[in-house]
Write a protein that binds this ligand. Structure first.
Ligand code: NAD
Ligand code: MG
Length: 394
């Protein structure tokens, strides 16, 4: 019986994780659940899964949750508040596995805490890895933690690696990673129309149901850019050896090209419960609740090259990973601010890459040799991005 802590339990990945965990009560015990603002959902999750701890970030939200749990006869669940509590629950001795499913930079310190405590880290929070890169990977090795990718592409690559493969090490004989991308909702939208697309149009992904931030990232293809950086780190690959392949059907979740010409692909229906169940059961397998793949319904598989003129965010991500140091943290922070501004209707969709390009040209990047340097680059970039958005009205 393993203890699990789910960071970001009320989000899209968090909910799918609880769905899979609930199918295997003999294998997993929920120790801790955490949420930012959605107290109604966190209360329901506490009622259904009976964790030992629940974390709500704001003190008032935690007080409200504590009261509702007491009324429901669940006063035994300890309610904590504040972001430091995330690090605390991610490192508890009774926790074996940590699902890192907070969105954005807010997940960095708790995910790092889980790695430092030597847990099995089920990594969905790609921004944390992109920001802290080699520092994070070094902590994983030092603490003997196991990193299991949840992002469907990276989970697919992991499944195409040898059985004893450990994330971060060089894969023997792997020469290229082929990272598949659906292309998002604007793959064929006339370029002139992109300026005026709305948040509602941008979050309507053709194949996957996800949180709002990652949905916008999929529409700009920054999601694939972040995933290229993630792949370089997780699989010890050079940027030039990670190739993006637009594959509209989202049936092949990624591939590994070996030196002998063998290409291994992982396939399945587009349902995040598949990679989640894979990582939870690893190295065994158990049921995820996903529908079996019906190849006759899929009918055909198509592949296209990505169009970097249509998707400048993908180009910027390659530039950041090639530059190294704090450049990926600058890219990530600028993107988070720009996406939030777009969702708030303060920035046009096409302004997102402009903000990122401006920040990458303005904020000096340096060595990412300590977590403080990463956090400083993140904070400075956020200020530069906000000022640019306010002053330029783009
Ligand atoms: P979401 O927006 O649905 O959920 C985010 C979760 O993080 C929520 O529980 C929220 O309460 C919590 N959170 C947000 N801000 C926080 C803060 N400041 N402090 C503490 N907690 C905070 O997002 P999601 O779609 O579940 O994505 C989560 C992560 O997984 C992202 O990094 C995303 O890129 C990655 N991911 C998601 C999918 C997917 O299918 N949804 C696929 C691959 C990777
Ligand atoms: Mg993905």
């Amino acid at each position: 019986m393993k203890g699990i802590c789910i960071l970001g339990s009320t989000g899209s990945i968090g909910v799918s994780t609880l769905d899979v965990v609930a199918r295997h009560p003999d294998r997993y015990r929920v120790v801790a659940l955490t949420a930012n603002g959605n107290i109604d959902r966190l209360f329901e999750q506490c009622r259904d899964h009976r964790p030992r701890y629940a974390v709500a970030i704001r003190a008032e939200a935690a007080a409200e949750l504590r009261e509702r749990l007491a009324v429901a006869g669940l006063g035994g669940i300890e309610v904590l508040s504040g972001s430091a509590a995330l690090e605390q629950v991610a490192s508890l001795p009774e926790v074996d596995s940590v699902m890192a499913a907070i969105v954005g930079a807010a997940g960095l310190l708790p995910t790092l805490a889980a790695a430092r405590a030597g847990k099995d880290v089920l990594l969905a929070n790609k921004e944390a890895l992109v920001m802290s890169g080699p520092l994070f990977m070094a902590e994983v090795v030092r603490a003997g933690a196991r990193l299991l990718p949840i992002d469907s592409e990276h989970n697919a690559v992991f499944q195409c690696m040898p059985a004893d493969y450990r994330a971060g090490t060089a894969a023997i004989g792997a020469r290229r990673i082929l990272l598949t991308a659906s292309g998002g909702p604007f793959l064929h939208t006339p370029l002139a129309e992109l300026e005026s697309v709305t948040p509602e149009q941008a979050v309507a992904h053709p194949n996957w149901v996800m949180g709002r931030k990652i949905s916008v990232d999929s529409a700009t293809m920054m999601n694939k850019g972040l995933e290229v950086i993630e792949a370089c780190l997780l699989f010890n690959m050079k940027p030039d050896d990670v190739q993006v392949v637009v594959h509209r059907q989202s049936v092949i979740h990624s591939m590994v090209d070996y030196v002998d010409g063998t290409v291994l692909a992982q396939m399945g229906t587009p349902d995040m419960r598949i990679p989640i169940a894979h990582a939870l059961a690893w190295p065994e397998r158990f049921e995820s609740g996903a529908e079996p793949l019906d190849l006759f319904a899929v009918h055909q598989l198509n592949f296209e090259r990505p169009d970097l003129a249509r998707f400048p965010c993908l180009r910027l991500a390659y530039e950041a990973v090639r530059a190294g140091g704090t450049a990926p943290a600058i890219l990530n922070a600028a993107n988070e601010v720009a996406v939030a501004a777009f969702l708030d209707r303060r920035l046009a969709f096409t302004g997102i890459p402009r903000v990122i390009e401006h920040c990458m040209a303005t904020v000096a990047s340096g060595a990412a040799d300590a977590i403080e340097s990463v956090l400083q680059a993140d904070a400075e970039t956020r200020k530069v991005a906000e000022t640019y958005i306010t002053n330029c009205r783009i």
